[in-house]
Write a protein that binds this ligand. Sequence first.
Ligand code: 13P
Length: 250
Amino acid sequence: MRRGLVIGNWKMSVNRQSAIELVDAIIANLAVTSAEVVVCPPYLYIPEVSQHIKNTDLVIGAQNVAAHETGAYTGEISARMLKEFNCKYAIVGHSECRAYSDYTNISVAKRFCLAVAEGIIPILSTTETLAERESGKTFDVIAEQLNAVIDMAGIESFKNAVLSYEPLWAIGTGKTATGEQAQEVHGFIRQLIADKNPDIAHNIQILYGGSVKPDNVQDLLKMPDIDGVLVGGASLSADSFLKIYSSFQK
Ligand code: 13P
């Protein structure tokens, strides 16, 4: 049985004070469910948020990780640095990074490998644009993104990884994929992994991200291959984030 997973990706939408207020409000109202609950603050606030969540059920992750281990890479943050501040997860190849920062499938694969090497669980994000969906290329682009990482990291490393499907056309747009649309892609992703290793495919959590809100999360979670959600906008309010989290069974 795959455990539910709810991840709040705060992106660049908080400041120091609002980050701490948000984390405190989440902790104060956190009822236990069967799911794990994670927040991903901007890098700068990771040390402080990490302190605040000590001895609570809230878990911390990073929104990204460098594609290099160490050295002269101005502005980058390595997997080892994230580990020093107890990050359990790191999002790798988020749709926005792929779209706005020219990430390649190879640089995403490097980030994935370095996270795994440090014992950080990569949340490998796969995505598509609206044009790709409308021209029937969804499965091809998702397969390319996944295969680049499988080729570099090896399928065994997916034992300690999470996958996500975050269509760019649904992110921050208020347009969510329907449960059926998301399930179709999630099923495809699980089958692609199953073709390499059925056990890993059975156990790996696949999250959906893209305008998840308290009023659409149930439709998504009903689907057999949607194990959790990555939440952007709705994770910036403790109330809506916890409503989403509480949709998981106790
Ligand atoms: P929104 O929930 O704001 O669409 O963002 C989704 C996302 O990018 C989560 O990583």
